[in-house]
Design a protein around this ligand. Structure first.
Ligand code: OOB
Length: 549
């Protein structure tokens, strides 16, 4: 019989993870003294909730529903299995799930062991997953069998063959888990100052960057988010965005809900059919969406036939929400709008529940914490006066000081004194509210899904016929932006170009996440250039008049 992992008393040795930039000692001390970092781990949070709310439903999806006690016990059972497989504290483990209960069980099983999950997105495919395994030297890959139209289990099999020593776990685990024994209480080995997991950055480079977040820093943002967003044990949170995304996890998200004994309902997709039915059935009070989902909901004819009266707050974030759409939310959906402007690297801004209508519809809110330091600077890092648009830099009690294993990139993405360069162009009013007005980073924000053009360009350059390529975001009424690839073919193929469909199929065959595949492909003979000879992406982003025929 498998037993619960037996680590005895909590160890006092901090986790050593190479390639992590720690908070400077004086900053860490200040964050503790001011009561931001209170010395709890994610596992402690679940233990406490399971004690207080044992029989409340913690999380459910279409197939399964778990009380807090069941969630805790299942997580410990899975931890026992993982531990028997040799998975230990500090090991990196790629976690790859669609919106199913197993994601939450697995995440807490890994927290119980002090293992470091890497939160892959449900849409990621072999190309991204392989990279995470290699780059982070992952010990294991955990997923679920066929779900949401994709055979995750098959991918697990392929990866196991490919990577020596990689353990793969495909849920459900079956009998092994049913047999595990539990103790009344379990103290995990992790320390609150340890890296709890690696989140993913939207990315601007050829490969996504990994973001090390500690228990202390993340839980501070979660607790404050709960306070700002009014999450209590009565909250029923509907999750329609990908489970592992930072917005879904922590703003206040799944972790916020589990912190206070609320109920999380996981939706397999954000379509009005699916979501409205779940809102009605579970009397959902709160939901987080990206702008295109908010638009689809407001335009849905199903609004007439479904009862959404339980909905109190609808959070919109991840990409810029237009003022005109924001102004419609309350009347169309019968819930109050809260704008959320956040990033997996840390800083999250919210409009407050008691803000006036103009603030809620025209700004992206203000930071969570009075300790969030925000600077708005010009191209030479000089501070700008209130109201002027500039680069947003930030530092604070839950914003990282560096990406994982990325020394060179960190020198560019962080100032010498530890401010993160967000790449966002914002204005700030006298009250500290931010409005996002643009972006300086080379990233496409496709309705909240982030695409690093360089990553897609590298894949396209692997095509034998392709000589050069440039990927940009072009305006889209619904998504905000969609992606376009300009392709220059090798001269010998220029006369007989492949169809754009073939190019897109080529990318799919390289097992790239579908949202990264360009919406539009155009073959050109050359790129517009700037005066210094660089590709003018700005010109490529601007819609060109149709050529005269
Ligand atoms: C969220 O996190 P990420 O890491 O996927 O993306 C962060 C970037 C920001 O730097 C900004 O460029 C953009 O996404 N963004 C917004 C926005 N919210 C995020 N741009 C304009 N308006 C907004 N409201 O996207 C994220 C993380 C936590 C909470 C919410 C969103």
């Amino acid at each position: 019989m498998l037993r619960q992992p037996d680590f005895g008393a909590r160890q006092s040795v901090p986790l050593e993870l190479d390639g992590v930039v720690p908070y400077p000692a004086d900053a860490a001390q200040e964050y503790r003294e001011r009561g931001y970092w209170i010395g709890e781990t994610h596992w402690d949070v679940l233990e406490a909730s399971a004690t207080r709310n044992a029989d409340t439903v913690a999380v459910c999806d279409e197939r399964r529903s778990l009380t807090y006690r069941e969630l805790r016990d299942n997580a410990l059972s899975q931890a026992a299995v993982l531990s028997a497989m040799g998975i230990r504290r500090g090991d990196r483990v790629v976690v790859h799930f669609p919106n199913v209960v197993e994601f939450v069980e697995t995440t807490f099983a890994l927290f119980a062991l002090g293992t470091v999950p890497i939160f892959a997105l449900p849409a990621h495919r072999a190309s991204e997953i392989r990279y995470f395994i290699e780059f982070a030297e992952a010990a294991a890959y955990v997923t679920v069998d066929k779900a949401a139209g994709f055979d995750y289990g098959r991918l697990a099999g392929e990866l196991e063959n490919e990577f020596d020593g990689l353990r793969t776990v495909v849920l459900p685990l079956g009998d092994a888990v049913a047999a595990a024994e539990h103790r009344e209480s379990y103290r995990c080995e992790a320390l609150p100052s340890d890296v709890a997991f690696l989140q993913l950055s939207g990315g601007t480079t050829g490969r996504p960057k990994l973001i090390p977040r500690t228990h202390d820093d993340y839980l501070y943002s979660v607790r404050e988010s709960n306070r700002i967003c009014g999450v209590t044990s009565d909250t029923v949170l509907l999750v329609v965005l990908p489970v592992s995304h930072n917005f879904t996890m922590s703003s206040p998200g799944i972790l916020g809900a589990l912190h206070v004994g609320a109920t999380v309902v996981l939706a397999p997709n954000p379509s009005p059919d699916t979501a409205f039915e779940l809102i009605e059935r579970h009397r959902v009070t709160m939901v987080s969406v990206v702008p295109p989902v908010a638009l689809a909901w407001m335009n849905s004819s199903l609004l007439q036939s479904r009862d959404l009266s339980s909905l109190r707050t609808i959070q919109v974030g991840g990409a810029k929400f237009s003022q005109s759409a924001a102004e419609r939310i309350e009347a169309d959906l019968g819930a109050r709008l809260q704008q959320v402007f956040g990033m997996a690297e840390g800083l999250v801004n919210y409009t407050r529940l008691d803000d006036d209508a103009t603030t809620v519809t025209t700004t992206q809110g203000r930071p969570i914490s009075e300790a969030d330091e925000v600077r708005i600077v010009d191209d030479n890092d000089r501070d700008l006066p209130a109201g002027q648009a500039g680069h947003l830099l930030t530092r604070g009690p839950y914003t990282i000081r560096g990406y994982y294993r990325a020394t060179e990139h960190n020198a560019k993405s962080f100032t010498a004194d530890g401010f993160y360069r967000t790449g966002d162009i914002v204005t700030r009013d006298e009250r500290g509210y931010l409005t996002v007005v643009g972006r300086a980073k080379d990233q496409i924000n496709r309705g909240g899904e982030k695409i690093a053009p360089e990553e897609v360009e590298n894949h396209l350059l692997a095509h034998d016929w392709v000589h050069d390529v440039s990927v940009v975001g072009i305006p889209d009424e619904y998504l905000g932006e969609r992606s376009k690839a300009y392709v220059v073919l090798r001269t010998e193929y220029a006369a007989t170009p492949p169809s754009s469909l073939e190019i897109r199929r080529f990318l799919r065959e390289r097992e790239l996440a579908a949202y990264k595949i360009p919406d539009v492909v155009e073959f050109v003979t050359e790129f517009p250039r700037t005066s210094v000879g660089k590709i003018s992406k700005n010109e490529q982003r601007t819609p060109q008049p149709e050529p005269a025929r």
